[in-house]
Design a protein around this ligand. Structure first.
Ligand code: NAI
Length: 408
């Protein structure tokens, strides 16, 4: 077997939920005659989702959603399968990146699946002729949903999009556990430094930040959290973390990870106060949380290693991982979320795509929640794969829960 196929086979064995969905899709062919266009991180777990959709009768055209996260052997392996076309290449420049997005759109997808809204943005700007073929879309990540909601508010979104990110099954496992574990794994394998005993600064105490802070603490780090939301800050405090501003954290931290989905979190005024040898990484969607541009234009010198750029500022070293892009995916050995986590997120994707195929034409343009039946179905399939059973409401409990007169 080629290396891409081996990687896909490895991932597949830890994705029991997608496997069971795939079995049903083979029988029912919910995407028969449809083209699905995707812009996701092209690596082994995504390949299992792609295979699942293709098994359901879809012709799939896929490209990357980040030029550094593509695994070329997986992209090549996908191209050997019937009905699947991958245009992703690791390290693609801006022109090639957008040319690949255009090739996906040239296939006139009926369903789009995005991680960061690249396809939908392009369809609504440069490629408006594609609007005719699209029934609806699915969006994987927080940042993409924020942008889609802004588009919908402005009346600019022309078709229904399911907010796959906004489900308990995604938030609880992908953002919290997936980002937490995979960002730490990537930092450790890229730098080879010890986490125990380090001052570890997490910017943002949302789903991703919470997971990261908890897991860094469990490795022995002394964790500092920075926030702008008073409720989240208080939650971090009561969860036992030190809370302060980034200005206060800058001279204290050994390792910094941004998870805000916002811009300009670590900038000039922080860089100048960092300890010599501070390590900076970003786990938020876009590479705008650490002001790498400022470092590029103001550093006295830069040393580039695999996945680490070291900027010398007045004889102090500042190490930036993965050029400030998603640290869990964009370092040379970054593998993204653990397989089991993506099994859940991609199961929600597969069932949401099926929902669009069946009901997309009945939905109004705008951002739609994942039907809770889908979320629950994924949780039940996962529990079944683990051999775990849970209680069911008794008729008496159902009556109690739905009554307002009992208990008075
Ligand atoms: P969230 O909305 O739950 O959390 C973001 C937190 O950052 C909020 O508590 C917010 O108050 C805080 N924040 C905003 N501006 C800030 C600032 N200037 N300083 C400090 N805190 C600030 O979002 P979630 O789900 O945690 O996602 C965060 C980012 O991570 C998004 O960009 C999302 O797309 C990305 N993401 C990355 C993944 C990965 O694999 N690395 C996986 C899932 C999401």
């Amino acid at each position: 077997m080629e290396s891409g196929d081996l990687k896909i086979a490895w991932a597949r064995q830890y994705m029991p939920v997608l496997s069971s969905i795939r079995k049903r899709f083979v029988e029912e062919k919910p995407f028969s005659g449809m083209t699905v266009g995707m812009a996701l991180h092209v690596e082994a777990k995504t390949a299992v989702l792609v295979e699942t959709l293709a098994a359901g009768g879809a012709e799939v055209h896929i490209t990357g959603c980040n030029p550094l996260s593509t695994q070329d052997d997986v992209s090549m392996a996908l191209n050997t399968r019937d009905g699947i076309h991958s245009y992703a290449r690791r390290g693609a420049g801006v022109e090639e990146y957008y040319a690949a997005i255009d090739r996906v759109l040239d296939a006139r997808p009926a369903i789009t699946i995005d991680d960061g809204m690249d396809l939908i943005f392009r369809i609504h700007t440069e490629r408006r002729e594609v609007l005719d073929s699209v029934i609806g879309g699915c969006e994987e990540t927080t940042t993409g949903i924020h942008r889609l909601r802004a588009m919908a508010r402005d009346g600019a979104l022309r078709f229904p999009v399911v907010a796959v990110n906004d489900t308990p099954m995604k938030h609880f496992f992908d953002n919290v556990h997936g980002t937490g574990e995979s960002s730490l794994a990537s930092i450790m394998i890229t730098t080879n430094v010890l986490i125990a005993g380090k001052r570890f600064v997490v910017a943002g105490y949302g789903y991703c930040g919470r997971g990261l802070a908890q897991k860094a603490r469990s490795l022995g780090a002394r964790v500092i959290v920075t926030e702008i939301d008073p409720r989240r800050a208080l939650q971090a405090h009561m969860d036992g973390f030190d809370v302060m501003t980034m200005g206060e954290a800058a001279p204290l931290g050994d390792i910094f990870v941004t998870t805000t989905g916002n811009a300009s979190i670590i900038t000039e005024r922080h860089f100048l106060n960092l300890k010599d040898g501070a390590i900076l990484a970003n786990a938020g969607h876009f590479n705008v949380e650490i002001d790498v541009e400022w470092l590029e234009s103001h550093a006295d010198s830069v040393v580039r290693r695999d996945g680490i750029d070291t900027y010398l500022l007045d004889r102090k070293a500042v190490h930036v991982l993965a050029e400030g892009r998603l640290v869990n995916l964009a370092t040379p050995k970054g593998m993204g979320h653990p397989v089991e986590v993506m099994d859940l997120s991609f199961a929600v994707q597969a069932l949401s795509a099926e929902f669009i195929a069946k009901h997309g034409r009945e939905l109004a343009p705008g951002v739609h929640d994942v039907p809770s039946a889908i979320d629950e179905a994924v949780a039940r399939l996962k529990l079944a794969s683990l051999g775990l059973s849970i209680d069911r409401l008794t008729p008496e409990q159902e009556t109690y829960m739905s009554s307002w007169t009992i208990g008075t």
